[in-house]
Design a binder for this molecule. Structure first.
Ligand code: FES
Ligand code: FES
Length: 211
């Protein structure tokens, strides 16, 4: 966690945390995009040299032009990327935790499907609609899942929370009234080391009633 994030963590309210930094779930189990198999990335690495390209990404209904290497992941662009005008992308809600498609902390939606952003090449995200935790709220109106996470106190350290919130929102987009088993199955791609699962499941139930 950067110093900036640590400072924010001491000052922001739980509501703001959930709005921009913090909560999520999955309608279907998170399906990681695979790092290999991208024709464009393979072409870009032809001859063994890692080359770069300027690409357009649609993130939270905003277009970003970014220069990436063939190996650059979507998560790297979100968290550390800079557009060609020199502005930071600065979407740090999705977390880099395991960096290997196991924890779900980096979950985002790509064309409505949950994806581990640490496992998807930025080049493969071109032409797709990317939604991060920052794109769920409508202005000051939190997404029902975010509201429900607050209501049920469904986080402790909060590091896993953005991934759980995004996964939960995706789950409810596909299944408005999931059973407890369906919620557990839908969120099985996300891990919480603090063990807040019962509160998260209750929050998804509450959000489903609102949605
Ligand atoms: S950081 Fe991507 S799945 Fe863990
Ligand atoms: S709230 Fe700490 S890892 Fe989930």
């Amino acid at each position: 966690m950067s110093d900036k994030e640590k400072k924010q963590g001491t000052n922001i309210s739980r509501r703001n945390f959930l709005k921009g930094v913090g909560t999520g779930t999955v309608a279907a189990t998170v399906v990681p995009s695979v790092l290999i198999g991208s024709e464009q990335a393979a072409e870009a690495q032809e001859g063994g040299a890692i080359s770069s390209a300027t690409i357009q990404l649609n993130i939270n209904e905003k277009s970003y032009e970014v220069e990436v290497e063939a190996r650059t992941t979507l998560l790297t662009v979100l968290r550390d990327g800079m557009d060609t005008s020199g502005n930071n992308v600065d979407l740090t809600g999705a977390k880099l935790i395991c960096d290997r498609g196991e924890c779900g902390g980096c979950t985002v939606m790509v064309d409505g499907q949950t994806v581990y952003a640490c496992m998807m090449l930025a080049m493969d995200a071109q032409g797709k609609k990317i939604t991060t935790i920052e794109g769920l709220a409508n202005g000051d109106d939190l997404h029902p899942v975010q509201d429900a996470f607050i209501q049920h106190d469904a986080l402790m350290c909060g590091f896993c929370t953005p991934g759980f919130v995004v996964s939960s929102a995706a789950l409810l987009n596909e299944n408005k009234t999931p059973s407890l088993d369906e919620i557990k199955d839908g969120l099985s791609g996300n891990t919480c080391r603090c063990g807040t699962y019962p509160f998260i499941f209750d929050a998804v139930k509450t959000a489903s009633r609102k949605m």
